[in-house]
Design a binder for this molecule. Structure first.
Ligand code: IPE
Ligand code: IPE
Ligand code: MG
Length: 242
């Protein structure tokens, strides 16, 4: 069975989950969502997935009510230190992408500590997208490259796909092979637009806090059943594999 090297997940549906369970606020959904992420990262490590990149907080999410944003930041800070033993136990290296300097100082500090503590782990790279927006990321890359041209450090012709990829937050990472979005919404919401140009997309109706090992395996089976033609014909692919 062909396994994706890199899975990207849009962890959606926490608010609806909390409402469905009769909780007064959406916050409980975010707290239980952390448990779903722990399960999923553990499963990915066990299954031999090398990269898992999860959408935890978008740039657009800053426009949510302040009480919810504050709660999300509090959950982020408390989870980071709490989850360190699990990360170490499963050989998971933590990374983060996004406008991290917009996060509260306490969150930046915890992120740096957990990143440093897990830097030697090599089984799975778990990347949190925080204050992340793909268009903003690409604009940043365009500005970096333009600056290098204007300073005489590179030529216009040297800006190819590899150079552009290298100017993104995800530099050095392979592109995601599979994108999973939970909650039934079928949109990308400004996530990794450049990087997912040839990824398989799977939209699942399950709400993120309910996402289990079985859901992950169902997505992996669906992924394995798809033919990734990358512009070629089915016949060409069959010839190559023979
Ligand atoms: C995803 O769940 C978590 C974040 C965006 C931080 P939501 O909070 O979007 O939950 P729904 O989509 O409103 O149910
Ligand atoms: C996308 O979810 C961002 C995260 C999962 C962190 P949203 O719930 O914010 O997406 P939209 O606004 O419904 O598209
Ligand atoms: Mg949502």
């Amino acid at each position: 069975m062909s396994l994706p090297t890199h899975i990207a997940i849009i962890m959606d549906g926490n608010g609806r989950w909390a409402k469905g369970q009769g909780f007064r606020t959406r916050i409980r959904g975010h707290e239980v969502g952390v448990e779903a992420l722990r399960r999923t990262a553990q499963s990915c490590a066990e299954l031999g997935i090398r990269f898992l990149t999860v959408y935890a907080f978008s740039e657009e999410n800053w426009s949510r009510p302040k009480t919810e944003v504050d709660a999300l930041m509090r959950i982020l800070v408390s989870s980071l230190s709490k989850e360190l033993p699990t990360l170490m136990q499963h050989g998971i290296q933590l990374q983060a992408i996004g406008k991290l300097d917009q996060l509260p100082k306490s969150a930046q500090r915890e992120l740096n500590e957990v990143k440093a503590a897990t830097a030697g782990n090599a089984r799975l790279v778990l990347t949190l997208a925080l204050s992340y927006g793909s268009r903003q990321e690409m604009l940043g890359a365009a500005q970096t490259l333009a600056r290098e041209v204007s300073e005489g450090k590179r030529s216009v012709e040297s800006i190819d796909e590899a150079a552009f990829s290298n100017a993104l937050y995800t530099q050095g990472m392979p592109d995601p092979d599979l994108v999973i979005r939970t909650s039934g919404e079928q949109r990308i919401s400004n996530y990794l637009l450049w990087q997912i140009s040839y990824a398989e997309l799977i939209f699942m109706p399950v709400l993120w806090p309910d996402f289990s090992r079985e859901h992950l395996e169902e997505a992996l089976a669906q992924y394995a059943s798809r033919e990734r033609r990358m512009g070629k014909t089915s016949e060409q692919l069959n010839e190559q594999s023979n």
